[in-house]
Write a protein that binds this ligand. Structure first.
Ligand code: NAD
Length: 246
């Protein structure tokens, strides 16, 4: 699935799933733009990549101004839009619905859903203007399909990403731009390290494959969706969840 000559932008690339996506795309010879709120983590990801001309950009996906500045840096360096965008930046602010603070609801929607919208809107606009038949991959979540106790904000944001992906696929198909969602189950990253062990044991008991996934499991699916091997797939939601939520 070689990606020679392809330029890929990965949000949330500073750690976890986003970092694994950067590593696997770069192993297939894509040039990678690693963006994250945390620039030190972006640079650490960058150091783990092969010696192509990659770029680290500090960017907040929930801010239209920050997203605009990020694309300006990309155009400045590469003189072109990315061919591949993977929207992996995401946060949780868990709490029971009846006690959830408005601010915690808004923040999660702003990063996970609005962030995906802002990056896709700007990136796809540039792809269209430059005649690039690109691929956009949005990291949603299996709980966007099933719901999950304590995650009213997060599940709503991820269900939103699934719906957004379908609309984007319908609108952008005529430009040859594909948009798909990946729905991870429980993947071993800092995000799930925060889940108490007892809760994790309960979750594992419900996973047909009997264990948590690894960031690479998601990254390989992103690689497939980014590559021409998936050239007739758009608007899809691909579950990578060990059977959870089927
Ligand atoms: N880990 C899981 O089990 C799991 C399951 C389903 C979906 N997901 C989704 O996968 C994606 C990656 O999750 P992860 O497990 O790697 O989490 P993570 O917390 O390890 O990584 C998320 C990254 O996003 C960055 N980020 C947060 N807010 C940002 C912002 N406003 N702008 C730019 N970057 C920002 C963080 O700095 C961090 O580097 C998220 O969208 C998450 O919701 C994860």
């Amino acid at each position: 699935m070689g990606l020679s000559g392809k330029l890929a932008l990965v949000t949330g690339g500073g750690r976890g799933i986003g970092r694994a996506v950067c590593q696997i795309l770069s192993r297939e010879n894509a040039q990678v733009i690693v963006t994250d709120l945390n620039l030190d983590n972006c640079n650490q990801t960058l150091q783990s990549l092969s010696q192509l001309s990659h770029l680290a950009v500090q960017s907040d996906v929930s801010s239209s101004n920050s997203v605009k500045l990020c694309f300006e840096q990309i155009l400045d360096k590469y003189k072109r839009a990315p061919d591949i965008i993977v929207n992996s930046a995401g946060i949780t602010k868990d709490g029971f619905l009846l006690r959830m603070k408005e601010q915690d609801f808004d923040q999660v929607i702003d990063v996970n859903l609005k962030g995906t919208f802002l990056v896709t809107q700007t990136g796809a606009g540039l792809m269209k203007d430059q005649g690039i038949q690109g691929s956009i991959v949005n990291i949603a979540s299996i709980v966007g399909k099933t719901g999950n106790i304590g995650q009213a904000n997060y599940t709503a944001s991820k269900a939103g990403v699934i719906g957004f992906t379908k609309t984007a696929a319908k609108e952008l198909g005529k430009f040859g731009i594909r948009v798909n969602a990946v729905l991870p189950g429980f993947i071993q990253t800092a995000m799930t390290d925060a889940v108490p062990d007892k809760v994790k044991e309960k979750i594992v008991a419900e996973i047909p494959l009997g264990h948590l996934g690894q960031p690479e499991d998601i990254a390989y699916t992103c690689l497939f969706l980014a590559s021409s091997r998936s050239k007739y797939i758009t608007g899809a939601s691909i579950e990578v969840a060990g059977g959870l939520g089927v």
